[in-house]
Design a protein around this ligand. Sequence first.
Ligand code: CTP
Length: 402
Amino acid sequence: MHSLKNKKILLGVSGGIAAYKTPELVRLLVKSGAEVQVIMTPNAHRFVTAETLSTVSKKPVHTDFFKDELGQWTNHVELGLWADFFLIAPATASTLGKMAKGISDNLLIATYLSSRCKVAVSPAMDMDMLQSAATNRNLEVLKKDGVLVIPPASGELASGLYGPGRMPEPSEIFDFVLKYLQPQLLFSGKKVLVTAGPTYENLDPVRFIGNHSSGKMGYAIAETFAKLGADVHLVSGPVHLSPPENCAITKVESAEEMLQACRIQSNSADIIIMAAAVADYSPKTKAENKIKKKEETFSLELIKTTDILSELSANRKPNQHIIGFALETENALEYARKKLENKNLDMVVMNTLEDSGAGFGTDTNKVTLVFRDREQELELKSKTEIADDIANALYQMMNKNN
Ligand code: CTP
């Protein structure tokens, strides 16, 4: 299915004749579910109207830094951060040159310089301009800067000449964007078991021992693997999150219930990812009625729960890959390496709570992926991005071993 659902695309339109094709491109992007924000250079208005582009994109088009009559300015930083993908089509020789040199004299270039997402350009100009030394130099610089270049098509040009320089048809540019943004189904046919959230160990009918795990990391992992085509089963402790899309889910409360659910699901799993913060100890007895307050002090006897991860690892099926999590507050790397070794895992996702923005309840995390032969320290990023990194690392590992 062609879907760009929920993708945020910035379309920069610069002033060349091929701009007349952009309303059709916007229409295709919007039809496939993308949210499109158009930015035009001042000269683009000579080839296509802002009214047409705002109608098809269903959003006002941005051109100027300043909206004098309202005393407002357009925040290019916000636009740059908003986008998942920035497509500049058509990209004229002048726009390519300014991008390569960082000459920020219009909103499109300022937004380009502020953007953090992938940027693609579709150069469109007359053949001789395209083949000029300057344009070639600029395109080389842009490629080195990580910009994707959509090869221009050949054919009749506005000048009457025949040759390369045409902007490809909207459907071809659309396919290019789709190929880049639609996730590849790397884990299609694979069954993945993910645990998430805390466990609650009851003392009596109204009280429990729990922990601060929000479940966000495990839910992000489940959702990411489902997007990559896997058949995901999530075993979730009590959390306040909506179920991830396209995942089967078993909701549990206690470590014992999580163990039972994992025993059932693990037999057929190709990949097991244990992100849950499972209680290590549980009250030895659970009172049938609410415990009444009596003495000044109150002691509770706890017994060890079964380490689910260790049990599944000890009963590992052929070709099964198992990933554990480690939350450490001291000697993090040393303990994480020991966990990898003792529990016989393929990867440990290590988390230290040391960095601000890391750990419980936040949408971001700072982790190190610990493998048998190396470590990969990731910068502070969203839990969804970490889930992507875990999936990519695992994919590489599984395909290296095969
Ligand atoms: N885990 C589990 N079952 C348990 C306890 C932990 O499956 N009863 C899993 C967690 O989901 C996590 C990993 O084990 O993936 C790490 O848990 P942690 O409690 O940090 O490790 P321990 O080996 O229990 O070591 P310690 O508590 O001493 O750090």
